[in-house]
Ligand binder design. Sequence first.
Ligand code: ADP
Ligand code: MG
Length: 245
Amino acid sequence: MSLLSVTGLGKSFGGVKAVDGINFELHSGELLALIGPNGAGKSTTFNMVNGQLKADRGSIKLNGKELIGMPPRDIWRMGVGRTFQIAATFSSFTVVENVQLALLSSDNLLLATWRRATGHKRQEAMDLLAQVGMAEQADRPCSELAYGDVKRVELAIAIANDPKLLLMDEPTAGMAPKERNDLMALTKQLVIDRDMAVLFTEHSMDVVFAYADRMIVLARGRLIAEGKPDEIRDHPKVQEVYFGT
Ligand code: ADP
Ligand code: MG
């Protein structure tokens, strides 16, 4: 069975059909790229999967269970995670403290409690940092890290809740090519090691073609192509929306 099964998914804003009846499947162990020009409906699709937006129609099933109508927190508890940027307020915290905080919020504790409980969940946080190659920098403030390393910490935070499906909206935005490749190679490794799946959007076609197992292409809310990178590269409809040929 598919991990995620999306059928007839639709969402309109006023008269605009942002997402217009799309279908796709995602399996454990897969990195699925969602691509398409600006305004294609990528973010709207993401936000319906994580519950921030309620779909107008269709179905989103995780392991056969309907997600539409569930509050975002319940969807998160069921194993749908997403990457968040480390907010400015947390950049003065150390690397390991940021991950401890993520582990604690998954236990539904308050920040105040965590502040008193220094050291709590540190070992678990260190294990996660080891998985993203950041254990040596655990006690540095996040504000001192290189951008690519901040992204690694954000990834550790995102997997703290042990998601089955991780949503990443433009994970490599603003990164240099080397950092992009490192982050995507790490993401791919995590998918394999943790038996999860990733759904991501990405502007860089180099990244998509190098790391996606499969891709789906949206244009004006519709799914216009689906397949392995090699199948998509020369797809006439994809050429048309990207290059106008
Ligand atoms: P993408 O992420 O692919 O760039 P979006 O999902 O953000 O595309 O947007 C798809 C379409 O829906 C666009 O036409 C956009 O203007 C519209 N849209 C998205 N969010 C809203 C909103 N909250 N209110 C009104 N229109 C929206
Ligand atoms: Mg978007």
